[in-house]
Design a protein around this ligand. Structure first.
Ligand code: SAH
Ligand code: SF4
Length: 431
C-alpha cells in the first residue's frame, strides 16, 4: 500500500510541476518521506532519516513527510524537525503541489492530515504503466479497529471507490498492456459500492466478489490478485469466486495474526482459529493447490506458552507459504497499549524464531513440490544477480529466474521448474 502511495506522490508531482524521481538524494529539489507507523521501529526510522538529510536544506531543498507517521503526529513533526516544509497524510497526498506552494507563499510549514473521503482519486493523474502488472486501489482505510492497530486512526474509516471508476481504471491499464492487476485496500473484502453500469445506477450494491467478476470480464486481464483481505468478510460468494473466476491467482494472503482464540478475542479480530481454518478448507476444496500466506503477531500481552502452541498448531495445519511475522509493538492510543504485558522480550524473541523456522520449513517444502511442474510466470524484468536471465512471479507469488530475451518482459510465459532454492524457483521457458 505504501509503495502504491509513493508512486502516487511521484505521479502527482510529475503531472503538476514536471518533477522526476532521482536515486541521488544530493541532486533532489524535493525530498518526500512516505512513512509507516504500524510498529514503533518503523515510526522512529523517519526521524533518523530526516536527521540524515537535514544538511541539504541549506541548498534550498524542500522536505515533506507523508504517510501514517505524518497522520499520527501531525504538527508535532514540525516541532521536532522544524526544517520540514509539509506534513501530509495518506488521504491528502493529492494536495501536495498546493501545500508546497502555500509553504512558499505563506512563509510557514504546512500540515494537512485530514480525511477528505475519496476525493483523492478524482485528483490523481492517470497511473504510469510499468510492465505487465499494476496496483489498483479499490478502497481506503479500515473500520475494524483491531485492539493493537493504528491503521484506522491514521488512514481513516473504510471508504470504497465507485464501482465504475475501478473498472474504468482497470480497462485503461489493460489497454496499455497490463495483464495482471493487484486490487489494493486494507480489507478489500469490505468493498461495497452501488452497482452501476453505463446505463446508470442499478439500485443494487456490489460486493467484492461482484467487483472481481466484472474485473475478470475486462479483455486482457489474465491474472487478478488482491491485498489484503480480512477473514471475517470472507463470504461464501467470495469463496465461490475461486470456482467461477479462473484468473484469480492460486495464492491468498489472509492474515490470521494468531492461533489462540483467547488472543484472537483480545485482539478483537472477530473470528476463531476454527472459523479461519474452515474458510481455508472450503477454498482448498475448490483449489487444492491454493498457496496461503499470513501476517502473525507474536508476544501479544497475555500470550502464554499454551497460546503460542495453539498458534504453532494452526501454522502446521495450514502449511503457510512466505509470510510476515513480528513481535507485538504497543501503539499509543490503541486499546491494547493499556494491557499489562509481563512476557520477557527474550521469550517473545524465542517464540518468533520458532515460528519463523517452522514457516521457513514449510516454504521450502512448497518450493520443492514445484520441481518438475510448469508455472505460469509474469515476466517483470532482468534478473538482478543472474546475467542474461529474466525474473518473474509465479501464480503463488514466488520469484522465478530463467533465461530469456528482454522482449518477454511484461508478458506471461510458461516455465518448467527445474530448480527450487528456498524462496526462489528456477527453470526454462516452454511453449
Ligand atoms: N489490514 C491488514 C493489515 C494491515 S497492517 C490486515 O488486517 O490483515 C499489516 C500487519 O502489521 C498486520 O497484519 C499485523 O500483523 C501487523 N501489525 C499491525 N499492528 C501491529 C502492532 N501493533 N505490532 C505488531 N504488528 C502489528
Ligand atoms: Fe489494522 Fe485490523 Fe484494520 Fe488490519 S483489520 S488494518 S490489523 S485494524
Amino acid at each position: 500500500m505504501n509503495e502504491y502511495d509513493s508512486d502516487k506522490m511521484s505521479d502527482v508531482m510529475g503531472a503538476a510541476q514536471g518533477y522526476e524521481p532521482t536515486n541521488n538524494v544530493e541532486e533532489a529539489d524535493l525530498i518526500l518521506f512516505n512513512t509507516c507507523s504500524v510498529r514503533e521501529k518503523a515510526q522512529e526510522k523517519v526521524f533518523s532519516d530526516l536527521g540524515r538529510i537535514k544538511h541539504l536544506k541549506k541548498k534550498g531543498v524542500q522536505i515533506g513527510v507523508g504517510g501514517c507517521v505524518a497522520s499520527q503526529e501531525g504538527a508535532a513533526i514540525i516541532e521536532r524537525a522544524p526544517y520540514v516544509d509539509v506534513v501530509f497524510g495518506p488521504q491528502t497526498l493529492h494536495r501536495l503541489p498546493q501545500l508546497l506552494e502555500q509553504r512558499v507563499t505563506l512563509g510557514r510549514p504546512q500540515v494537512d492530515i485530514s480525511f477528505p473521503e475519496i476525493e483523492k482519486f478524482d485528483h490523481l493523474p492517470a497511473a504510469k504503466v510499468q510492465g505487465g502488472t499494476a496496483f489498483v486501489s479499490i478502497m481506503e482505510g479500515c473500520s475494524k479497529y483491531c485492539s493493537y492497530c493504528v491503521v484506522p486512526y491514521t488512514r481513516g474509516e473504510e471508504v470504497s471507490r465507485p464501482f465504475e471508476d475501478v473498472l474504468v481504471e482497470v480497462a485503461g491499464l489493460a489497454a496499455q498492456g497490463v495483464v495482471e492487476v493487484n486490487l489494493l485496500g486494507q480489507n478489500v473484502n469490505a468493498y461495497r459500492a452501488p452497482l452501476s453500469s453505463s446505463l446508470g445506477s442499478t439500485g443494487q450494491i456490489a460486493d467484492f466478489a461482484t467487483l472481481l467478476e466484472y474485473v475478470a470480464e475486462i479483455p486482457g486481464i489474465e491474472r487478478i490478485r488482491y491485498t489484503t483481505s480480512h477473514p471475517n468478510e470472507f463470504t461464501q460468494s467470495l469463496i465461490d469466486a475461486y470456482d467461477k473466476i479462473p484468473q484469480l491467482a492460486n495464492h491468498l494472503h489472509l492474515p490470521v495474526q494468531h492461533g489462540s482464540d483467547k488472543i484472537l478475542m483480545a485482539m478483537k479480530r472477530g473470528y476463531t482459529a476454527l472459523e479461519y481454518k474452515s474458510t481455508i478448507r472450503k477454498l482448498r476444496a475448490i483449489r487444492p493447490n491454493l498457496s496461503v500466506s499470513s501476517d502473525f503477531i507474536v508476544g501479544f500481552p497475555g500470550e502464554t506458552d499454551d497460546d503460542f502452541n495453539r498458534m504453532m498448531k494452526l501454522v502446521d495445519d495450514i502449511g503457510y507459504d512466505t509470510s510476515f511475522s513480528f513481535i507485538y509493538s504497543p501503539r499509543p492510543g490503541t486499546p491494547a497499549a493499556a494491557l499489562e504485558d509481563t512476557t520477557p522480550h527474550e521469550v517473545k524473541l524465542a517464540r518468533l524464531q520458532k515460528l519463523q523456522a517452522t514457516i521457513d520449513a514449510s516454504v521450502e517444502q512448497i518450493s520443492a513440490s514445484r520441481l518438475g511442474t510448469v508455472q505460469r510466470v509474469l515476466v517483470e524484468g532482468p534478473a538482478r544477480r543472474t546475467p542474461n536471465a529474466l525474473f518473474g512471479k509465479s501464480e503463488c507469488n514466488r520469484a522465478v529466474i530463467f533465461p530469456g530475451s528482454h522482449d518477454l518482459i511484461g508478458k506471461m510465459v510458461n516455465v518448467h521448474i527445474n530448480d527450487a532454492p528456498m524462496r526462489q524457483l528456477g527453470g526454462v521457458v516452454v511453449a
